[in-house]
Ligand binder design. Structure first.
Ligand code: DGY
Length: 434
């Protein structure tokens, strides 16, 4: 285990680029929002200054309206498509003047990451003073979400692109692609020159991805216009659970810092409304789990994915519901011949054990589920998900995603996508130091 731990540290140090980390070489050569947050948790275990710098750089790219972009293009790398010239963040009047970026965001992990740095820190006083210097920016990011991404004032925010969900090519989005007919764009993919095409999204899926961005660009990334016009407009249980988890962290941290009653009060209001809405609107009582809501077509997308269980991470379900959710997780995803937790329902005909978010196990989701299960008293399943995560990494290395089928792990080739992947290393370090 010591060797593996040292390897994880080496992966993180190699992916460190002076003031931020890349998720992995070639495939993802810039800074990504939720990667960055989760990577900081890994650094916190052995190099707190890097953990802090990672977050500082991320927040330095914040727009003046509080928005934080999903990719910050620090360099001119041409190993990635679509790059800064496609995304054109400068179209938005409040975008960063310092950094080129995308005009979309990602699950807002920063709030809970600050609390994790505090949890891990051996010098709480110093870490708290770092948190004091950054927390208002994170608050401002939450303010952006509730003011700009919640048109019906429900306490639930929308995402307008599948890349905002983090679960880029989930089979859930197939339902949305069925409602669209984008042009056939001509472009040169870069991802499939680094990674086997069978493990990545299809060309036709990319047409949809690009088309949504074209619509947003035609409207200068204006949030109100996007809410009116985007064919993709989703309330995502993972995204909203992460936002609520981060709200709670900000409440706790402002409480420790003191003298921030007004912010705590506002966060509590968001928290109350968001918790009620996610529990009434995104919970599917027939399926017994949380699902996505399609705001454009006003309907639930009734599919079970690893995102369905993430409200556990933010302590949102009642005791009774939590029990039912875990029963379903074990019945559908937890067979003894499978590793927990596949990213999509293994009993569905849309499941694919090798293709990115259509089935493989992801370390970031397992990490959230581990804490969610533990907090809710499911110690046995928490232990299983932790041991599964460690075993798949031991078998294959620090890959981006892994085959959930145990039979595929016999020859150490069941890790897919990017190799020496930062958050797999970072969250492995956090799990084994529990
Ligand atoms: C990609 O390029 O696949 C990224 O996940 C987008 O965020």
């Amino acid at each position: 285990m010591k060797d593996l731990q040292n390897n994880a540290i080496t992966v993180l140090n190699n992916n460190w680029k002076d003031k931020f980390s890349i998720p992995c070489a070639k495939l993802y050569p810039f800074q990504w929002f939720w990667d960055s947050g989760l990577i900081a948790i890994g650094f916190a275990h052995f190099d707190m200054p890097k953990a802090e710098k990672e977050i500082e750089t991320l927040l330095d790219a914040q727009w003046s309206n509080g928005f934080i972009p999903h990719i910050i293009f620090h360099t001119e790398s041409d190993s990635y498509f679509p790059g800064p010239d496609f995304h054109r963040s400068d179209l938005h009047p409040q975008s960063s003047e310092k950094y080129k970026s995308t005009g979309m965001t990602q699950p807002p992990v920063t709030g809970f990451v600050l609390q994790d740095l505090y949890r891990i820190s051996k010098n709480k006083k110093a870490t708290l003073s770092f948190i004091e210097s950054t927390i208002d920016k994170v608050y401002k990011n939450h303010e952006y979400f509730y003011n700009q991404r919640d048109p019906q004032n429900e306490g639930l925010v929308y995402i307008y692109h599948n890349w905002e969900s983090g679960t880029d090519n989930s089979p859930i989005w197939d339902d949305i692609w069925d409602t669209m007919n984008p042009p056939e764009y001509t472009f040169e993919r870069r991802d499939t020159t680094h990674v086997d095409a069978t493990q990545r999204p299809s060309k036709r899926e990319y047409d949809h991805y690009l088309h949504i961005i074209e619509i947003a660009k035609q409207n200068n990334y204006n949030d109100q216009k996007i809410a009116q016009l985007s064919p993709f407009l989703i309330q995502d249980p993972l995204f909203n659970a992460v936002l609520l988890k981060s709200n709670q962290s900000l409440i706790d941290l402002y409480g420790i810092i003191g003298n921030n009653e007004d912010k705590i009060e506002q966060l509590q209001k968001w928290q109350k409304k968001g918790t009620e809405s996610i529990n009434s609107k995104l919970y599917d009582s027939e399926l017994g789990v949380y699902v996505h809501y399609d705001l454009r077509n006003e309907k639930l997308l009734r599919h079970i994915s690893s995102s369905s269980f993430t409200p556990l991470f933010a302590n949102l379900p009642s005791k009774e519901r939590a029990k039912k959710m875990v029963d379903i997780m074990m019945a559908k995803f937890g067979d003894s011949d499978q590793y927990l937790c596949a990213s999509f329902d293994p009993t569905s005909d849309r499941f694919n054990p090798k293709k990115y978010w259509r089935g493989p196990v992801w370390v970031n989701l397992n990490w959230m589920l581990y804490y969610g299960l533990k907090q809710n008293g499911f110690d046995d399943v928490a232990k299983r998900i932790k041991e599964d995560t460690i075993e798949i990494i031991k078998n294959n290395g620090f890959y981006e995603y892994f085959d959930p089928r145990k039979e595929a792990h016999k020859d150490g080739k069941a890790g897919y996508g990017g190799h020496n992947f930062s958050w797999s290393a970072a969250l492995f370090l956090d799990l084994i130091n529990q």
